[in-house]
Design a protein. Structure first.
Lengths: 286, 238
């Protein structure tokens, strides 16, 4: 039963990893953009949430809305005035620029919030659970995270395949050179993609703040989990990213069942093993 | 007739390489004009320059009464110029219908709609939900033309639409031209097939090495004149 419990907890943890990864997957899918600062954006959203709720005593529901609006807007503006300038055939400039942003963000957070680790108290959400048997209990927070991941990925899927905006995003992903000849403005379309990705980053950051302790240097580890989830799932597939997150989550909780020290390592090992067997991931689209 | 497009002394460069040396081309409203010339003569470069795909800032390009030189491609598109790019360039992950709908993203009003395009190319109806690239070459070309028409352009640019297609398919596609003109759209075709160009166009420009070497109506041009302008051959060559 402990193993079943580990798998259940792993699946739910996978929801959080999918939330970490969805934004990364989206930006890569639309514009082949690799955002090294992705994890730091998530941590920034987490800090923003904590600052609003514990610092300024804003109601949590209001804080959630504010964080999401702030992240979405910042994503659009950042893409429009900075990242679009480095976007091109060469994938190296975006990596260098976002690597620089990653360092700047970590140091700015350190300066403002100190190195002390933080956490957003989530009250009954943190401790409450549904008891299925004496060995298996599902916590409200992990369940909510998983539901949020499914909702976010389902929502993105809907936007991509059922709306004019999604049609334009997919067309831009196919052939950005031709899109302007069809009346599309690439700079705007790319900024919309980043705004959507940043909205998801905001959701991920809010859950990160409730789920674990975090500090200014927590970003790169989130980026690594996000990368692994995207690669396991297969580039360009959003549902694949959810599966990738689940695979990673289950590997980690099973690893932790063997030995607490093996938890993170187990995730990486499964990632490497999958790369050997399926180098393009489980459900590659590109 | 009113001038729709007019370029004067248009030049274009790829880095240090000059591809166009002062091109004067005009298209009237509702007119069909053909650009002929061999590979590398500058025909496609001319289309790229007027659509904003390569910079034309500070040059003299008038379209529908506006100076469009230096405008971004999407703005020129919204002003009423639509392109059927060389090699069709359909969006592979979009269905036929989605490809057509992308063309309408600029929301220009006019006679062209999904229904009108399906009436023009009935072959596409059964394939509307197939991926755009799962069609035959001729059908893909129909989608590319339909996608451009969906923006209700005043000027339709067709870059080598007969390239790589069987003669019968080319004929099918060119039967659409009179129907497109009936809606009031002017057409500028780039063709390597001189016979096809002369058959369809009101006026012809022949390009060679980045310059216009000959212009006139199909009725007034002789084969010898065209051959000379096309290949740069001199009188003694025939």
């Amino acid at each position: 039963m402990v193993w079943i419990n580990a798998i259940v907890q792993g699946v739910l943890l996978g929801g959080l990893y999918a939330l970490f990864a969805a934004g990364l997957s989206l930006m890569f899918g639309v514009m082949r953009f690799i955002n090294i600062a992705h994890g730091d954006f998530i941590v920034t959203a987490a800090y923003l949430m904590v600052a609003l709720v514990t610092g300024l005593a804003v109601h949590p529901a209001v804080a959630v809305v504010l964080v999401l609006i702030a992240l979405t807007t910042a994503g659009y503006v950042n893409q429009r005035i900075l990242l679009n300038r480095v976007l091109g055939k060469d994938i190296l400039p975006p990596i260098l620029v976002t690597f620089g942003m990653s360092i700047i963000i970590q140091n700015a957070l350190l300066e403002i919030f100190s190195a002390d680790s933080q956490r957003l108290p989530a009250g009954w959400l943190e401790t409450g659970s549904i008891v299925l048997s004496d060995a298996v209990a599902i916590g409200w927070l992990p369940l909510l995270m998983f539901a949020a991941a499914v909702a976010v990925i389902g929502g993105l899927q809907l936007v991509f395949y059922k709306t004019p905006l999604g049609r334009m995003l997919r067309a831009t992903s196919d052939d950005p050179e031709i899109v302007p000849l069809m009346g599309g403005n690439n700079a705007h379309i790319f900024a919309i993609a980043t705004a959507l990705a940043s909205l998801v980053v905001g959701v991920a950051g809010i859950f990160l703040a409730m789920k674990t302790n975090f500090d200014p240097s927590a970003g790169p580890a989130r980026l690594l989990f996000a990368f692994e989830a995207v690669i396991i799932g297969g580039l360009g597939s959003l549902w694949g990213t959810l599966v990738g997150g689940i695979v990673l989550g289950v590997a980690q909780t099973l690893g932790a069942q063997i030995d607490a020290g093996v938890q993170i390592l187990a995730g990486h090992l499964v990632f490497l093993a999958l790369l050997v067997v399926r180098p393009r991931g489980l459900f590659p689209k590109m | 007739m009113t001038r729709l497009l007019e370029t004067q002394g248009l030049t274009a460069f790829y880095g240090d390489f000059q591809a166009l040396f002062g091109i004067d081309v005009s298209v009237d409203e509702g007119e069909c004009v053909a650009l002929i010339g061999s590979n590398g003569a500058g025909k496609s470069t001319f289309l790229r320059a007027i659509t904003g795909m390569i910079p034309a800032r500070g040059q003299d390009v008038m379209f529908a009464g506006q100076h469009i030189a230096g405008w971004a491609a999407d703005r020129i598109h919204k002003a009423g110029m639509a392109m059927v790019p060389e090699g069709r360039r359909l969006f592979p992950s979009l269905s036929v219908e989605e490809n057509l709908l992308i063309g309408a993203a600029g929301k220009r009003p006019g006679p062209w709609s999904l229904d009108a395009v399906y009436e023009l190319f009935p072959d596409l109806v059964a394939k509307r939900h197939n991926p755009g690239t799962a069609l035959s070459g001729g059908q893909q070309q129909m989608v590319a033309i339909g996608r451009a028409l969906m923006s209700n352009p005043q000027l339709l640019l067709c870059d080598e639409i007969s390239l790589g297609l069987a003669p019968k398919v080319i004929k099918d596609i060119y039967t659409a031209v009179p129907k497109i003109r009936a809606g009031g759209t002017a057409i500028l075709v780039v063709e390597q097939d001189v016979g096809q160009a002369l058959a369809v166009a009101d006026r012809v420009y022949c390009f060679m090495e980045g310059r216009v070497t000959l212009t006139g109506t199909p009725a007034t041009l002789t084969r010898a004149q065209i051959a000379a302008a096309y290949f740069g051959t001199t009188e003694e060559a025939h």
